[in-house]
Write a protein that binds this ligand. Structure first.
Ligand SMILES: Nc1ncnc2c1ncn2[C@@H]1O[C@H](COP(=O)(O)OP(=O)(O)OP(=O)(O)O)[C@@H](O)[C@H]1O
Length: 254
């Protein structure tokens, strides 16, 4: 579990996060949504300790990052998996080397043990026989699966995904979403996904946090989001014509 308590963050005179309080649950896919510029990435960077809030605290389980010494922060980083926007694989490394990268940073195990772990996670994301290929030689969806394998190879307790679907066709995007959710449940991970994608909200939004202009506008589940009359939610969700039509049909049927 990650708890965010009254977090404020700005740059110069500009206030970006204006007192965010929420919780991200363990064993669930927690989604942060909101319009461009609402502060999603800034919040993610605060959670990761890359930005220091001017006010407020962020708790990992029971301990606030603000109270952790350097060694505790290093230990925390070991428990975090990151799935970056665009995959961010190293072009000059083959798939096996890409997935092994975080293990090399954090462990001193023998190469054969590392390779076992790499093969286990590649198998988990349904990728076999690609070890010696380079990122440019596989599809975007496969690259994304490699990125997921790399994010979970260290057996993280916390998984952060920044726009995991960007650049994927709808079917592949759904496969990636479902994979993230399955791994979250299997390993009881606290997963946080930053997304614009309403399909992701429908598919895997076990907890959804909507930001608007640096404030928490609404939070709830994917089932609740389509029922609420909260204006910020309806403005965000039904800015898409498709979802507007779905709502019209639902209202007619009701
Ligand atoms: N390092 C920084 N220095 C100054 N301003 C920043 C910095 N990082 C973000 N901002 C500002 O914070 C605001 C929120 O940005 P943020 O990237 O969190 O939005 P977002 O909700 O993630 O948007 P998008 O969906 O487009 O990625 C923006 O106005 C941005 O210019």
């Amino acid at each position: 579990m990650i708890k965010v308590d009254d977090v404020h963050k700005g740059f110069g005179d500009e206030k970006i996060l204006k007192g965010i309080t929420t919780e991200f649950d363990r064993g669930k896919t927690n989604l942060i949504i909101g319009q461009s510029g609402s502060g999603k990435t800034v919040l993610l960077k605060c959670l990761l300790g890359l930005f220091k809030p001017e006010q407020g605290r962020i708790y990992y389980e029971d301990k606030a990052i603000q109270d952790m010494d350097d060694e505790e922060q290093r230990q925390l980083r070991e428990k975090i998996g990151m799935l970056f926007q665009g995959g961010a694989l190293f072009d000059s490394m083959n798939i096996e080397e890409n997935v092994m990268f975080p293990l090399r940073m954090f462990t001193k195990q023998k190469k054969s043990e590392l390779l076992d772990k790499v093969n286990t996670v590649l198998k988990r994301v349904n990728l076999e026989n690609v070890n010696k290929k380079f990122p440019a030689e596989i599809s975007g969806g496969m690259q994304k699966r490699v990125s997921i394998a790399r994010a979970i190879v260290n057996d993280p307790k916390f998984l952060f995904c920044d726009e995991p679907n960007s650049g994927l066709d709808p079917k592949t995007a759904t496969l990636i979403d479902n994979l993230i959710q399955e791994i979250t449940h299997e390993n009881n991970i606290t997963t946080i996904v930053v997304t614009h994608d309403m399909n992701s909200v429908m598919e895997i939004g076990e907890k959804v946090v909507l930001l608007k202009e640096g404030k928490l506008a609404w939070q709830g589940t994917n089932e609740e989001i389509f029922k609420t009359d909260n204006e910020d939610v309806t403005n965000f969700v039904y800015s898409s014509d498709l979802f507007k039509k779905i709502r019209e049909v639902q209202n007619k049927e009701a």
